[in-house]
Design a protein around this ligand. Structure first.
Ligand SMILES: Nc1nc2c(c(=O)[nH]1)N[C@H]1C(S)=C(S)[C@@H](COP(=O)(O)O)O[C@H]1N2
Ligand SMILES: [Mo]
Length: 429
């Protein structure tokens, strides 16, 4: 509740500021408010008058040894949905996708999902053990791990429950809440295969059980082919140490696969000959179908996209004229080849412009510059990955998988934009 009030108050102040700025451009009436403001004859005090920040010396270099965002960005934070979970220690908050651009999620804004709170582990007391079907059981310190060859890769992590509240209809009003269980980070770590090869996997060793050192001691069964393919044991995110929330000092990176498998505070890897069928892969993260059967081991995250702006938390404030539609697209199968945007609820599609680097199993940024005539819009985006997978409509998903599901909802999202620029989560039937 407090969050919502804070957002509303802030939106009002911002709108007031923008209205006063817009008066001048309204006189000229061109599509680009920036251009019209420059052409205006009326004096703008922000240009003609000396402001406090021009006049007085600012803080010195010692004011903020670990930098933080501008005070004017205080609204850009992870937020939770209070009714979603009973207790903050086994809960989730969401990445503010509507306030970000490019493809990197800043460390302090990466959504958090944990089942036993955030473990606080001193790196010199952390150990990683490899046991089970190996030639030599091993225990590594953090120092040991840092002596293996390391690699850097940009990957998205998406919780399989992202958009899960939307299976039965539009519910949460903001892409932060409908799609914010995703983050995209440059990881520095050691390929998992180097550590496994050091221990020596026995021929019968076909599965791997990573385990977390937190009170939830999260475990999942991972097939050995994936473990030896592109998994990393990571200790840095976006250049600095992992945040405690993200598993400091060590987490497993399982590119393209559901977030639950990316065990944080990684302390043990057990090699086995069959999957363990623990809680997180049976009662959770298994998808109940309409006929009562269940889809298990639905590891890969399918191709998905969402328009982040405009969206319910980021309405159009500038009125008619040139507006920039932007959003994110990703696929657990590889890169995103194309994103289409529709402003009329999927009747007509235009190919959007993909920008920023395109990495496999990483989010992609798309833009669509658009002249808005003030009409009601039904905005949608549809991503296609490099394997030719096309993001489905929500109805197509429901047809295939029923409505019992929580997980793996990669359906096309619709935002209704009203003539006043406000936006709402809706569905086209
Ligand atoms: N040890 C441990 N690892 C964990 C979890 C946990 O509770 N404990 N949560 C999992 C789930 S369900 C998800 S979606 C991701 C979330 O990663 P993040 O907190 O970095 O966003 O971590 C996974 N790894
Ligand atoms: Mo998750």
């Amino acid at each position: 509740m407090t969050d919502k009030n804070a957002m509303a108050v802030n939106a009002t102040t911002r709108r007031k500021m923008l209205t006063s700025g817009l008066k001048l451009s309204a006189l000229v009436g061109a599509a680009y408010s920036g251009m019209s403001r420059a052409n205006s004859q009326a004096p703008d005090p922000l240009i003609t008058e000396i402001q406090d920040w021009n006049r007085y010396m600012g803080d010195g270099v010692d004011a903020n040894p670990y930098g933080s965002p501008s005070q004017f960005e205080a609204e850009v934070v992870r937020r939770d949905v209070p009714w979603l979970t009973a207790d903050a220690k086994s809960s989730v908050n969401f990445t503010p996708l509507h306030a970000l651009d490019g493809i990197i999620t800043p460390n302090g804004l990466c959504f958090e999902r944990h089942h036993g709170g955030v473990a606080q582990i001193a790196p010199d007391e952390h150990r990683l053990m490899i046991n089970g079907l190996v030639d030599t059981p091993l225990v590594f310190t953090m120092e040991d791990i840092a002596r293996f060859p390391r690699e850097n890769h940009m990957y998205f992590l998406e919780c399989a429950a992202n958009s899960g509240m939307e299976w039965r209809g539009a519910q949460l009003n903001g892409c932060q809440f409908t799609h914010g269980m995703v983050h995209n980070v440059l990881y520095t770590g050691v390929p998992l295969k180097y550590l496994l090869q050091e221990a020596g996997i026995k021929t019968r060793g076909k599965w791997l059980l990573p385990e977390g050192a937190d009170p939830a001691h999260m475990t999942r069964s991972i097939p050995m082919e994936k473990a030896l393919d592109d998994c990393l044991v990571a200790f840095k995110m976006n250049g600095e140490a992992l945040r405690p929330e993200q598993g400091y000092p060590l987490r497993l990176v399982v590119p393209g696969w559901e977030g639950n498998m990316w065990v944080k505070w990684l302390r043990r890897l057990e090699v086995g000959d069959e999957p363990w069928h623990h809680r997180e892969e049976t009662s959770k993260y298994t998808d109940l179908l309409a006929d009562g059967r269940a889809r298990r081991f639905s590891w890969e995250m399918d191709v998905k996209s969402v328009i982040t702006n405009p969206s319910p938390q980021a309405p159009i404030l500038h009125g008619q004229g040139r507006t920039v539609i932007t959003g994110l697209a990703w696929s657990g199968h590889g890169t995103v080849r194309r994103v289409d945007v529709s402003v009329d609820g999927g009747r007509n599609w235009t190919t959007a412009r993909l920008d920023a680097p395109s990495f496999s199993k990483s989010v992609h940024r798309f833009y669509h510059e658009f002249d808005w005539d003030g009409r009601e819009l039904f905005l949608q985006s549809r991503a296609i990955d490099d394997r030719g997978n096309v993001q489905p409509t929500k109805n197509a998903l429901r047809h295939a998988r029923g409505e019992n599901s929580i997980y793996h909802n990669n359906g096309i999202q619709t935002w209704q934009v009203r003539p006043d620029g406000s936006a709402e989560n809706v569905e086209i039937s």
